[in-house]
Ligand binder design. Structure first.
Ligand SMILES: [Cu+2]
Length: 333
């Protein structure tokens, strides 16, 4: 059923389905459309038929005295209820699938930074698809270079996203997937492209003058071509400073080890993804947002068994330095 449903909608007015999930979203959407259409026909058709059939014929026509009909009322409540629950459940299943990050996705992680008005991308191996200086205040006519995010075919990709200024929203219509991008916080999104080609990215959170022109494209390449692209564009050895490591050496090393030993603070070994317990409050998983908070505002959650001895780094580190440190912590396994 999903198939003919997604066919109707895909052919009618949706962009090409670039992922498996896109077809499911379209199937769901077509179901909403078709079921709404059928209900409208029944409702409006029935209403019209009754208007004609029970039209007052003469001055003596009297409306029968009817107060209620339990069976009719139950039926017109229960059937829509069942349909609503189907819609709710179906929507939830697809939503979960869109949101649940597969483990494999973290092996292909790309940083996305929204700025007024462009999208910047950074790869694990140091490739940067940045607008000049990472910002583009002057994109008044949308004439900023278009950033291209190159991704492999048939492999899940994880985006870790943030914003330099205001809220943006990263929307890939071809993948039927979208996520807000928020300053001071990381959000994430994943997809597995199963069609080659180029897919348009839109910003879907009104963010100022050139909002409609925040340019970016996702280019899906076969695995082999993707590898070639990665290698060809990789910054020269030495050009990618081990910025995160350097920051660690300079600022954090005195209190944090990499090998599991306890110094002043907890070791970073295996920290990313681990369950953290605190002096007070519930436990959390150490994800990007936890790491960010622990660096900027360490006293918000004090790790159990440790003194609140870490100085806050809010205002001391740039966004770039922060993400370099977080990447570095993530690499300490
Ligand atoms: Cu925007």
């Amino acid at each position: 059923m999903n198939n003919w449903l997604s066919l109707i909608s895909a052919n009618a007015f949706m962009p090409i389905q670039g992922t498996e999930i896109a077809a499911k979203v379209d199937g769901f959407y077509a179901f909403l459309l078709v079921s709404s259409l059928i209900s409208s026909i029944i409702l409006i058709g029935g209403m019209t038929a009754f208007i004609i059939k029970y039209k007052r014929q003469s001055a003596n026509d009297k409306t029968a005295y009817i107060t209620h009909n339990t069976l009719a009322e139950f039926t017109w409540s229960f059937i829509p209820f069942v349909i609503m629950m189907v819609i709710f459940y179906w929507g939830k299943v697809i939503f979960n699938e869109l949101r649940a990050m597969p483990d494999a996705a973290s092996s292909e992680e790309i940083h996305v930074v929204g700025v007024q008005w462009a999208w910047n991308f950074k790869y694990k191996n140091g490739i940067k698809q940045y607008t000049k200086d990472g910002i583009s205040k002057d994109n008044k006519l949308g004439n900023v270079e278009k950033q291209v995010m190159v991704v492999p075919l048939n492999r899940p990709v994880k985006l870790v996203m943030t914003s330099n200024d205001v809220i943006h929203s990263f929307y890939i219509p071809g993948f039927r997937n979208k996520q807000d991008v928020i300053p001071g916080r990381y959000t994430s999104l994943w997809f597995k492209a199963d069609k080659l080609g180029e897919f348009q990215v839109f910003c879907t959170e009104y963010c100022g003058l050139s909002h409609s022109q925040m340019p970016a494209t996702i280019r899906v390449l076969p695995e082999a071509d993707y590898k070639v692209w990665l290698d060809a564009n990789k910054p020269a050895e030495g050009a990618v400073s081990d910025a995160g490591k350097e920051l660690y050496e300079n600022k954090c090393r005195s209190c944090h080890s990499l090998d599991g030993t306890r110094v002043v603070g907890p070791t970073w070994k295996g920290l990313y993804g681990a369950k953290r317990e605190f002096e007070s409050g519930p436990t959390v998983d150490a994800d990007e947002n936890y790491l960010r908070e622990s660096i900027l505002n360490p006293n918000a959650k004090v790790v159990k068994g440790y003194p609140a001895a870490m100085p806050p780094y809010a205002g001391q580190l740039s966004d770039d330095e922060l993400s370099q440190l977080i990447d570095y912590i993530k690499s300490v396994k």
